[in-house]
Design a protein around this ligand. Structure first.
Ligand SMILES: [Zn+2]
Length: 175
């Protein structure tokens, strides 16, 4: 069984970059396209082009996957970092200006927070989590659990978010 799952198959589609033949493999994929540098998708199908050396994950139900990542960020027991704030804003489909208005902070302040040149204050941290919970379809019902754990939030820590796209579950792993 194991050997079979490792078998690499040609998928009969050509690489969009170079026209080379693509093969599909299952592997852990660092999902930088999410806008987060620390998301690893566990055991997803990835289309590999050996000619131009590119990899493209196949992500069915992308909306569900993004919602899972959003929840992993919102519920994490460590302070939010700038990229988390930016990720959640984009997940909500809000411009910098619109999100800053909701948070009642200056939009240039928000930009600096998102790029990491200013820390995320604990007030903004909690507010971003609450707004993201309230405005995300399907996450509102998580609010009670997340808020109950607000008192456990610790200082920022480098973490990897290990996300299982199949079961829509996640784990935090020390980076
Ligand atoms: Zn290629």
């Amino acid at each position: 069984m194991k050997a079979k799952s490792k078998q690499q198959k040609l998928v009969g589609i050509s690489c969009l970059e170079c026209g080379g033949a693509l093969r599909a493999v299952r592997k852990d994929y660092p999902f930088a396209e999410s806008g987060l540098s620390n998301v690893i998708l566990k055991n997803v199908e990835v289309l590999v082009c050996d000619r131009c050396n590119t990899e493209t994950p196949r992500l069915p139900r992308l909306n569900d996957l993004m919602r899972t990542i959003a929840l992993a960020v919102i519920a994490k027991p460590y302070a939010l970092e700038g990229q988390d704030v930016r990720f959640l804003r984009k997940f909500l489909g809000l411009t910098n200006e619109a999100f800053a208005a909701i948070l009642n902070i200056d939009k240039s302040h928000l930009s600096r927070v998102e790029t990491g040149s200013m820390p995320v204050s604990s007030m903004v941290d909690r507010l971003v989590r609450l707004v993201a919970l309230g405005l995300s379809e399907g996450l509102e019902q998580k609010a009670r659990d997340v808020i109950a754990r607000f008192t456990e939030i610790q200082k920022p820590k480098k973490l990897k978010l290990m996300v299982d796209a199949g079961t829509r579950s996640y784990k935090y792993k020390a980076a």
